[in-house]
Design a protein around this ligand. Structure first.
Ligand SMILES: Cc1ncc(COP(=O)(O)O)c(C=O)c1O
Length: 393
């Protein structure tokens, strides 16, 4: 039967109907180990007791009121986000792309006559027109041009190019601390500190898109906290409410000061149920939990690095945001083969496999993943074509 869904995704022919912890179950009852977390979303796994309880309590109290009225749960979450980042105020929306749209608008308002934002090649900031215009992947623009004016692109991890791109119209620099969709590209240790200094020296805003790297994913609440810097605008979404739609644009005081009632808004942004879940998510990201994320990530990278298979070029990442780069374009085929064997992973193009497991994975889950991954790689080394590989037994 022809699907009535718009065909804007290429979907795997698998339907999950239930999740529990790090496991997902398809409609035939087959169990899968989730090493993707809905693309860095369900950090605390599926049906987490405390998060479900918080959302469920709110579900039975109040679903929605307009942002024209006060909200204690929003105030609480905003206070947690500003206190833990040293920032000033929060705008709530529903997704990563919306958080970045707000960031772009706020930067333009702050910039006044200066309205150009420097962004990076290979970046991903979302699919709506503003965020897409900031996204440095022209293949994603095809068919949708013209992009919004006011964006200049430089290479990621190149401070010199940024310096030479600044002109009298520049108001901000916008980057991901680790490029996620482009294949888990980790910049040099001095990159974010260098960006902070460039922004300070030139009176520019530093906008960090932590939609993917934030909320514990890299082993800190936010990835930039490894470098002791504070951005001027910080965007968050994905893991914030562990699967309920919620985005946040966190502002420093100088940005907060230029935004006035009526400048921006959202009907659904900061929905009470999503906010109740997020308040619990932030509480659960204790120092101990973050340490566990760092350790599990190190363990996975070490175990994969020790696999003796020449198909692997490099294994990189921070915390539980990991990319495995291959020496030939087999990432999609490997992801499909792993899915057949009950392991869910992602890929960035054909060269990089992406691992974004939930924070609650056990040592046993990790050992199991590495065992199956090693087995699949061995089979691939000896197979003749991609259909053999996908159907490995
Ligand atoms: C860094 C980054 N920014 C923005 C987005 C867009 O988020 P959303 O899909 O919630 O709009 C993503 C999604 O992958 C992302 O990885």
């Amino acid at each position: 039967m022809k699907s009535a869904l718009l065909q804007n995704y290429s979907r795997y022919p698998v339907e999950f109907v239930e999740g529990k912890g790090s496991k997902l179950y398809d409609k035939n009852g087959k169990e899968y180990l989730d090493f993707l977390s809905g693309i860095a979303v369900t950090g605390f796994g599926h049906q987490h007791n405390e998060i479900s309880k918080a959302a469920n309590e709110q579900l039975h109290k109040l679903w929605h009121v307009s942002n024209l009225f006060e909200s204690t749960p929003q105030e609480e979450l905003a206070a947690k986000l500003t206190t833990s980042t040293g920032m000033d105020s929060v705008f709530f929306c529903n997704s990563g792309t919306e958080a970045n749209e707000a960031a772009i608008k706020f930067a333009r308002k702050w910039g006044g006559d200066r309205n150009t934002i420097i962004a990076t090649n290979g970046s991903f900031h979302g699919r709506t027109m503003g965020s897409l215009s900031a996204t440095g992947q022209s293949t994603l623009w095809n068919g949708f041009t013209p992009m919004l004016p006011g964006f200049t692109f430089v290479d990621f991890n190149n401070l010199e190019q940024i310096k030479s791109s600044i002109d009298e119209n520049t108001c901000a620099i916008m980057v991901e601390p680790i490029q996620g969709e482009s294949g888990v590209i980790v910049p040099d240790e001095n990159y974010l500190i260098g960006l902070r200094n460039i922004c300070d020296d030139n009176n520019l805003l530093l906008i960090l898109d932590e939609v993917q790297t934030g909320i514990g994913r890299t082993g800190n609440l936010f990835a930039h906290q490894y470098f002791n810097i504070i951005p001027d605008i910080l965007t968050s979404a994905k893991g914030l409410a562990n699967g309920l739609p919620l985005g946040a644009t966190i502002c420093s005081e100088k940005v907060s000061n230029v935004i006035k009632p009526g400048d921006h808004g959202s009907t659904f942004g900061g929905n009470p149920i999503a906010v109740a879940a997020a308040n619990k998510v932030i509480d659960l990201l204790s120092v101990q939990q973050l340490k566990l994320i760092k350790n599990s990530g190190k363990q996975i990278i070490e175990l994969i690095s020790n696999i003796d298979n020449s198909l692997i070029l490099s294994t990189r990442g921070k915390g539980l945001m990991i990319g495995v780069e291959f020496e030939k374009p087999i990432a999609k085929t490997i992801a499909k083969a792993l899915l057949n064997k009950g392991l869910i992973v992602g890929n960035s193009g054909d060269m990089v496999l992406r691992l974004l497991p939930p924070f609650i994975i056990t040592n046993e889950d990790i050992q199991y993943f590495v065992k199956i991954f090693t087995f699949v790689l061995e089979k691939v080394s000896f197979s003749s074509g991609s259909s053999d590989i996908v159907n490995i037994n």
